[in-house]
Ligand binder design. Structure first.
Ligand code: PEP
Length: 258
């Protein structure tokens, strides 16, 4: 079993002052050595410095929510991977459905960004997932395979340890709707098989596959217990120290029991 990864996506919430407060509460609750799984938080770029500073004495890693494909230059409003590393982050979320939907990110751009993130030594949390009408039409697997293949074509098996895939059915993000544990497991197994077929059995096995879409303390145990669910990408429930800590606790109880 892979270690579980509990990743909080704060989206466009919590400026430096509020982000620092939440990070300070998490730092107090989760000092270094207090969990065996992996925990990541992803604040807005402007709050990253404050969060990195507050979490310095913990094992919680920090991520950004997006990067540009170039190192520097005339790209007003963008941030680059060298800046992200310099700021103390180890992860970057790439291809979140909100970026695909509202900022026109297509599979080609998502692939370029994922490649850049991994080439520069960060870990990419690559988001894939189908929309409601696609699930209703039974197209979920072909949609996710297309999104994955676009990226895998540009990576090699050696990149496996720097890739995390987050399966986020768009209909479950921020809606209160959750995929059933069976729906999640089915898709995670499918993703795992795509990875194994593209690379190898061992490379496909070691990629952590997270579930995202209204995960919260009430439904996390069942979702995280599924064989191919290696953690969660969590929006709403990551914005409060109590609910996020509960999710970390649930993950811990599963790995120590299992
Ligand atoms: C997300 O933003 O990736 C997410 C899964 O959000 P929520 O948990 O709020 O559905």
């Amino acid at each position: 079993m892979n270690r579980l990864l509990i990743a909080g996506n704060w989206k466009m919430n919590l400026g430096p002052t509020e982000a620092k407060k939440l990070a300070a509460t998490l730092a107090k609750r989760w000092p270094s050595g207090s969990f065996t799984n992996q925990v990541v938080v992803s604040p807005p770029a402007l709050s990253v410095a404050a969060v990195v500073q507050e979490l310095a004495a913990t094992d919680i890693d920090v991520s950004v929510q997006n990067v540009h494909t170039e190192d520097s230059g005339a790209y007003t409003g963008e941030i680059s991977t060298p800046m992200v590393k310099d700021a103390g982050c180890r992860y970057a979320i790439i291809g979140h459905s909100e970026r695909r939907e509202y900022f026109g990110e297509d599979d080609v751009l998502v692939a370029q960004k994922t490649k850049k993130v991994i080439a520069d030594g960060l870990t990419a949390i690559l988001c894939v997932g189908e929309k409601l009408e696609q699930r209703k039409a039974g197209q979920q697997e072909s949609v996710v395979k297309k999104q994955l293949d676009a990226v895998l074509d540009h990576l090699s098996e050696d990149d496996a340890s720097h890739l995390v895939v987050a399966y986020e059915p768009v209909w479950a993000i921020g809606t209160g709707e959750t995929a059933s544990p069976q729906q999640a497991q089915e898709m995670h197994k499918f993703i795992r098989n795509v990875l194994k077929q593209s690379w190898s059995e061992s490379a496909g096995s070691k990629v952590q596959i997270l579930y995202g879409g209204s995960m919260k303390p009430a439904n996390a145990e069942e979702l995280l217990s599924q064989e191919d669910v290696d953690g969660g990408l969590i929006g709403g429930a990551s914005l409060k120290a109590d609910s996020f800590s509960e999710l970390i606790e649930i993950a811990e109880s599963l790995t120590t029991d299992g």
